[in-house]
Design a protein around this ligand. Sequence first.
Ligand code: TGC
Ligand code: FAD
Length: 390
Amino acid sequence: PDLFEAPDYYQLDDLLTDEHKLVRDAAREWVKRDVSPIIEEYAQKAEFPEQIIKGLADIGAFGPYIPEEYGGAGLDQIAYGLIMQEIERGDSGVRSTASVQSSLVMYPIWKYGDEAQRKKFLPKLASGEWMGSFGLTEPDHGSNPAGMTTNFKDMGDHYLLNGAKMWISNAPFCQVAVVWAKNEEGRIHGLIVERGMEGFSTPETHNKWSLRASATGELIFDNVKVPKENLLPNKSGLGAPLGCLDSARFGIAWGAIGAAMDCYDTALRYSKERNQFGKPIGGFQLQQKKLAEMITEITKAQLLAWRLGVLRNEGKATSAQISMAKRNNVDMAINIAREARQMLGGMGITGEYSIMRHMMNLESVITYEGTHDIHLLITGLDVTGLNAFK
Ligand code: TGC
Ligand code: FAD
């Protein structure tokens, strides 16, 4: 892992500020030192490496763009993207943990919460003392979260929450869950549910072939009494959780580039070292085609992500633009992982190299935060004005 070299074919470093490069390099060094050497072992045993939580907090991965007064790193969107890129070069599951904590837990508390909620939760989430999860998806409502059945009733001095969420990253060890549920009028609200509340449980989901180093589980609410002060007061409706997804999807558009870079770098290196028929396999046209296409696609994805970062810094990026980048960049990464895996021949299927782990991880990344198909339909709706979802 120490050998990793990030491709920068179009001198994109020239577009970054000194602060961007500093933040990126610190994240890169940390991933090299503390993630890459251990991650294969944790993925193989399907365990989240809890010892990396402090390091994630130290590199600013928990709330990169949340203001410093709440414990965040106070950085811009491009710095956030670069941190996600570096983490996902290590492992998409580790990036998932950071994405959820930052964009799906800290972001809604910051944007939709009141001052007391911000002060109570954000600093502890930024330091990793508390870990969070985000409950939107249900067993019968994945792509269509508007149909959710998890609900809460106003009991006077508290809310009574019932229902279940499925496929929830960080659920098994979270102290805090931002949960989306309908009130008696059917309006969606966010509630902060805390571990220890009676009737709240988080069983782990086992037997995943993907994101094995990330803990996934359910959130089950059986007559959970949620204090009234735990309702996020400043936004309701489906647009509230979808606003969080915009931020997380942006991070994924960058993160996927990291996974692709690692696959490309590994395959390029291997192609120069591995000899068959008397010469390095990198000297054969078929292998060069793969490598040339990989670096072309990575470069295009980097430009897309960078421009989207500029638009987000200016507050101008649309949700549909974010969908395009998430869809394109994850698809780019999974295709590169599949091609790179083949370039390593039999060695490519082993844990000696990171490629197959990335490839399997990306099967989740292409599904969560809106599937590949859903993002295509978002673009379709945006350009035609015609809704093909329903
Ligand atoms: P629709 O009628 O289009 O919209 C309802 C309301 O939401 C507004 N809106 C948005 N607001 C902010 N950001 C967005 N991206 C938004 N998209 C829509 C919209 O304006 C409207 O507002 P209002 O005020 O008019 O009510 O809703 P729909 O029911 O037709 O659904 C649209 C669709 C299919 C695009 C949406 O449901 C969707 O994106 N589905 C995919 C679900 C999804 O992405 N789930 C992700 C779960 S979390 C996760 O996967 C975490 S993985 C984390 C990790 O480990 O990294
Ligand atoms: P479905 O919605 O049932 O889709 C099945 C297939 O049908 C897909 O190919 C889809 O593209 C297609 N499809 C659906 N609707 C349409 C349509 N209108 N037109 C055409 N095709 C359509 N959720 C959270 O809330 N929080 C989390 O932390 C979280 N973490 C996750 C971690 C992992 C490892 C995974 C795998 C998922 C996670 N998710 C999380 C859930 C994820 O967001 C959902 O899996 C995803 O939104 C898809 O929902 P679904 O699995 O129910 O698939």
